[in-house]
Design a protein around this ligand. Sequence first.
Ligand code: GLN
Length: 484
Amino acid sequence: MIKELHEKLIKKQISAKELAKQYLDNIKNKNQILNAFITITEQQALEQAEKIDELIVREEKLPVLAGIPASIKDVIMTEGIQTTAGSQILKNYVAPYDASLVKKLKEQGMVLLGKNNCDEFAMGGSGENSSFGPTKNPYDLTRVSGGSSSGSAVAVAAGLSVYSIGTDTGGSVRQPAAFCGVVGFKPTYGAISRYGLIAMASSLDQAGIIAKCIEDVEIVFDCVKGKDRLDSTSLEFPISNESFAFIPQNCGMSAEPPQFPNKSQNSNFKFKDFKVGVPREYFIKGLNKEVEQAVKDVIEKAQELGAKIIDVSLPNSEYALAVYYIIMPSEASANLARYDGIRYGNSPREKYFGDEVKRRIMLGAYALSAGYYDAYYKKAQQVRTLIRQDFEKVLDQVDILITPTTPSPAFKLGEKIADPLQMYLEDIFTVPVNVAGLPAISMPCGKTKNNLPIGVQLIGKWLEDSKLLTVAKKIEDVVKYINN
Ligand code: GLN
């Protein structure tokens, strides 16, 4: 989609301003119902679009994302724009600087339409924890959109932005993508700088991309990935495997504009002898039957095309949820200590923090307290190593893993909000990936009888993000084939 829009822009079939207006109109028409945006930056968007139009008139080389309307989850800092993290404690907080990834996108000529709604401090799996009200699922307005990047997934699904940047600490990019029928990609931990992300759990947080197709995700990823001196955990981003390699990208506006991934370079990918691992722990009792069938159909089709399907086991995955819900609140309780109403945030805290945030601060403070540190936090870190080792072992034998993204399709608004444990179970297939720091993607693989989207998750090896995206494109073809 980005590629087509880019071509239309350079051929002057549409101006960047007209394109921005189309999307802003969509937002005006639908946002009141869907609640996908907390802040709409109409004025800035139109000004940015005008600048791009000037480049087009002068026939200057146009960077790949120039003029493409996008949105950003409201836990990511955007200079001069209200950035709330979905919380009343940061209501009216205006970010004094851009997150590194935002800076990179601006260098590309992004047209920023606004900031997407999300669960408060990215804590949630349904979008219902936002203090700005829940985001509704465009496929069924009585259902949740998934979370915590709820507004990002809905904005893309409903045509309110072309792509959005979300964050994924335990599934928050992949799970809403699955519920809303779009693609959600969480790269290897460290692939995209965390500088300027409002921290939830620093050893798990990772920015990710939500878009309509894998190619769009790939284009945006190429522009935001790589080492950032402002985030010491960010990584130089190697191209993992020559046969899957894309053209090396250089995304600075000042330098040569990046090129689109070259199709012919990827076309040498064949399913033949490609090894797909199917972890048996992800096909458990309680998994929704329609979700199970849709994922199995993808696996079967991949096999018909020559992939070797291998039954694998990740025995410690069953502890991933418990490990996550100790490590994440522990880190969150430390990160959120800064909202003391003096340095940051509206005061008093007890009034402006929502229930889920308070719950996690208390859980985290408890797990880290002197008497319990060894029993909880330390133990959880030890099991985290075992989970990671399971993946290491299995990913030595196979190229990727295929699993469902979520145990069920989108559930009803209000269905789980009163029962945090039920809600946490929604993350069962996504959190192991963050605990291990792996790249993973959720992509649509079908619909239920009620027309609700179903997501399939592909998990790749560390740093082999581009290979994962290449395989995902092939699976995308498989899914199209099944659905036709
Ligand atoms: N649903 C998970 C949680 O509530 C994941 C959140 C996230 O990835 N930001 O913690």
